[in-house]
Design a binder for this molecule. Sequence first.
Ligand code: ADP
Ligand code: MG
Length: 286
Amino acid sequence: MRDLTRDHQRRRELENAVFEAPASTRVLTVANQKGGVGKTSTAVNLAVALAQGGLQVLVVDVDPQGNASTALGIDHHADVPSMYEVLVESLPMAEVVQTSPESENLLCAPATIDLSGAEIELVSMVARENRLRGAIRDLLAEREKAGARLDYVIIDCPPSLGLLTVNALVAAREVLIPIQAEYYALEGLTLLLKNIELMRQHLNPDLVVSTILLTMYDARTRLAAQVAEDVRAHFPEQTLEVTIPRSVRISEAPSYGQSVLTYDANSSGALAYRAAALELTRRPVP
Ligand code: ADP
Ligand code: MG
């Protein structure tokens, strides 16, 4: 009952909501070295919500599994030019981006299975940590010049702290950490935060953890409430008010090559991601 009231309220708020464009392009990396915490679902659904809100959005898929590409309905079989060619062969990103059927405002730079080799191939390359940063910077400059500025770039990472994730953390200014509200999640976070601190010291002094989003939140369990309380106590500034509920719709959508926003626009999961996206645009950029 409480959920229904919340959804009803949310739907009304979102009906008239205006998604303001940021003063300059925001580049966010969605990171958490733990798999299955909702990184890809978060990257995809926030991106679609922002694009549906009228903003110009690019999703960069650097997970060799290509789950974000799949969910956005983007062709990413082995022959498609992808982030592999961008990172390893210096192909301009403009040549790999595709428009997602989810929204004409939404671009995706896909990942193919080739990317699994990039982790190793990058090791011996010059400025191996800066490849993605350079590629995104070139694309953004080109778009600005053409009068087609991007508002948000959202990078989806693999569940590891290897060179692909390092590239993503060097390319972004903001880190968005999804936390699954079902485990004592803070313990797992220590390693990620330590790595982000190393990035700041050596490779990307501007990097900040700007946003934390609680995912798979089941309001009926005490554990979820406890995790949320702990996370908010540690990260009061960063943690979004909106939490993403555990929802079957969210997990079903990708197998239809869709975001939950198009798969079931009025589901709790879709409303929550739209509300989270709106909150993201409204909070001050640190
Ligand atoms: P990651 O990218 O961190 O590995 P995913 O976004 O792929 O995580 O999510 C892991 C699994 O959990 C996927 O099967 C996904 O569909 C499912 N999932 C993600 N978020 C939710 C949610 N809020 N409710 C239910 N299932 C979810
Ligand atoms: Mg993923």
